[in-house]
Write a protein that binds this ligand. Structure first.
Ligand SMILES: Cc1cc2nc3c(=O)[nH]c(=O)nc-3n(C[C@H](O)[C@H](O)[C@H](O)COP(=O)(O)OP(=O)(O)OC[C@H]3O[C@@H](n4cnc5c(N)ncnc54)[C@H](O)[C@@H]3O)c2cc1C
Length: 537
């Protein structure tokens, strides 16, 4: 059994706040040290924003939970200082295969394009993911960055005021109070903060159960995602197989709605399912098992006054498509730079409205994809099942049917089309994938990669054209990254950012999304674009 589950990584320690006469005020307090709370805290601390994370627990997640992490979150994590480590530990995969009954009917390659630093996906147990984020917190603390992680600190009440938020925190040594200019609730799907604020979700609950078995075994399945519809070992249902590090295999069995949970979780019953799938001779150890149901839903607004919601607290999806933690990290990527500018007085508080607009757009896209996958995987009427089975049958021989097969459309970052922070596209002939609102695709640059050079600040990216080195507009500086065709040995940069255009000037936001693009440098246009991207126009 993996000992990480049991080891307190951030045990309770008394904080000076508990001995203060009056509640101490912090710029940002985060509730929850899950992947999203930790990711946000690291991002803020790297930008020198003092941040306190409160968690009622002191350990990482029990069991594998989120196993698949997509390319974009890995790129974000690299900016946070731990992408490479996480990717290295993870099991890399790009290929998925779909089986129907006994036949393979379909396969796909998620990363057919070359010239990216990170793979399409890695598999890694959530406990490792969280452990590496905690290690990164410790590194930042050693560097003197202003980040505190307080285990055994349960938030019991939240009071929202026009200028701050007041929290009551329970500890083993009694309660204390603390204040925050901004509170970010990353307290998970059952978010007590959401309940305390009387806010609820809109969306759909799915009536189905899935049994997860994490088994340790030596097996020679390739490192691919395998999905079965109606397999002989789980008739009428589906199953999923994924490889994780340390020879741990994640197996999900759909088991239907009307079940006896306690019976299903008995080791002898899990063993029957595993042997039916893997064969009677298989030698394995069960590391973790659980039954999950899921919802596809979100809050109507992601921030209310000075309380902001991110990750599962704000939105939830089914696991098909690996969109939970992946999209939560994109919330933090979107939020951290906005909070930094607001706290520094360099952007108006109304900039946070764009967090709602952009991340609700992302959540809706995820919920739509996740709902469609779920409807395909678990058809709710006889006619839907007949359609589903016909698509699977046809997809073996006919390519037109393959796009209809949906065993989980896997997480991709969302483009913020229609965002109030975008300046209308002015670069004729350039590819749509880098239009304003898009996440920047990576590209090789000599011996490095573009996204490393963009970093986490406003950048003026110029190709084959002159411009000012840095441009400062109302406290916000965009630093120039001047590139030419000589920097682009593979041609990937030109293909992704120029297309048929001869030259280009891009304004890139700190979260590496395109804010504006032009055919040439024009100071007034760039100044306008910076103002717009910071909520001032
Ligand atoms: C079976 C399964 C498979 C999944 N697979 C994937 C996948 O492959 N890819 C993917 O991206 N996502 C996946 N997910 C989703 C992923 O696990 C979640 O999206 C992710 O954990 C959300 O992180 P979070 O930080 O928002 O919340 P959580 O991880 O739930 O963390 C919330 C934290 O808040 C703390 N907390 C709660 N209340 C309080 C309080 N009152 N005071 C202080 N602290 C509090 C909790 O202790 C916890 O540490 C899966 C989920 C499940 C269940």
């Amino acid at each position: 059994m993996n000992k990480i589950f049991e080891t307190p990584l951030y045990p309770y320690e008394r904080s000076p706040d508990q001995d203060a006469l009056n509640a101490v005020r912090h710029p940002v307090v985060i509730i929850g040290a899950g992947p999203i709370g930790l990711g946000l805290a690291i991002d803020l601390a790297q930008q020198d924003v003092p941040v306190v994370v409160l968690d009622d627990n002191d350990k990482v997640s029990f069991g594998s939970r989120a196993v698949c992490y997509a390319k974009r979150p890995l790129e974000i994590l690299e900016r946070l200082g731990c992408g490479e480590r996480i990717a290295k530990k993870g099991v890399e995969w790009n290929i998925g295969k779909v089986f129907f009954d006994r036949r393979q009917v379909y396969d796909f390659n998620l990363l057919s394009e070359k010239g990216h630093r990170f793979p399409a996906f890695i598999n890694l147990q959530q406990y490792y993911f969280e452990e590496y984020l905690v290690d990164r917190v410790r590194e930042l603390q050693a560097e003197g960055k202003p980040i505190q992680l307080r285990g055994g600190n349960k938030v019991a009440a939240v009071g929202s005021h026009p200028t701050h938020v007041r929290l009551e925190v329970e500890t083993q040594e009694g309660p204390y109070e603390v204040e925050a200019d901004w509170l970010v609730a990353c307290d998970g799907a059952n978010s007590p903060t959401r309940r305390m604020a009387n806010l609820d979700f809109v969306g759909k609950i799915f009536e189905d159960n899935f049994l997860i078995a994490d088994v340790i075994m030596e097996a020679d399945f390739p490192t691919e995602r395998w999905f079965w519809f109606d397999p002989p070992f789980n008739r009428g249902q589906s199953a999923l197989l994924h490889k994780q590090p340390d020879n741990v295999w994640r197996i999900d069995f759909q088991i239907g709605w009307d079940i006896d949970r306690d019976e299903e979780l008995k080791p002898e019953n899990i063993d029957k399912r595993l042997r039916a799938m893997l064969g009677p001779e298989i030698d394995y150890e069960l590391e973790w098992s659980s039954i999950y149901t899921f919802q596809c839903r979100r809050m109507e607004q992601f921030h209310q006054g000075r309380v902001i919601f991110a990750g599962d607290a704000a939105h939830q999806v089914s696991p098909f498509g690996a969109r939970g933690a992946n999209s939560g990290l994109q919330d933090t990527d979107n939020l951290a730079w906005k909070l930094k500018l607001i706290l520094d007085g360099r952007a108006p508080e109304s900039l946070l409205d764009s967090y709602d607009v952009e991340r609700i757009h992302g959540a809706d896209e995820n919920i739509l994809n996740s709902t469609r996958s779920t409807d395909f995987i678990t058809p709710k009427s006889e006619i839907s099942r007949i359609f589903r089975d016909a698509v699977l049958d046809l997809s073996e021989d006919y390519s037109f049917a393959r796009p209809l097969v949906n065993s989980g459309r896997l997480s991709v970052p969302c483009t913020y089309d229609g965002s109030p922070l975008n300046t209308p596209d002015a670069l004729d002939g350039a590819p749509a994938r880098t239009r304003p609102g898009s996440p920047c695709p990576d590209a090789p640059l000599g011996d490095g990669f573009l996204l490393d050079r963009l970093g986490g600040a406003f950048t003026l990216l110029t190709f084959d054209t002159d411009a000012e080195d840095d441009i400062e507009e109302d406290g916000v500086t965009a630093t120039r990254l001047a590139l030419t065709t000589a920097d682009d040995p593979t041609g990937a940069l030109a293909a992704r950012y120029l297309g048929d255009a001869k030259a280009a000037v891009y304004l890139i936001r700190p979260d590496q999304h395109v804010a504006a693009r032009f055919p040439e440098y024009n100071e007034a246009q760039i100044r306008f674009a910076i103002r717009r991207a910071t909520g001032k126009e």
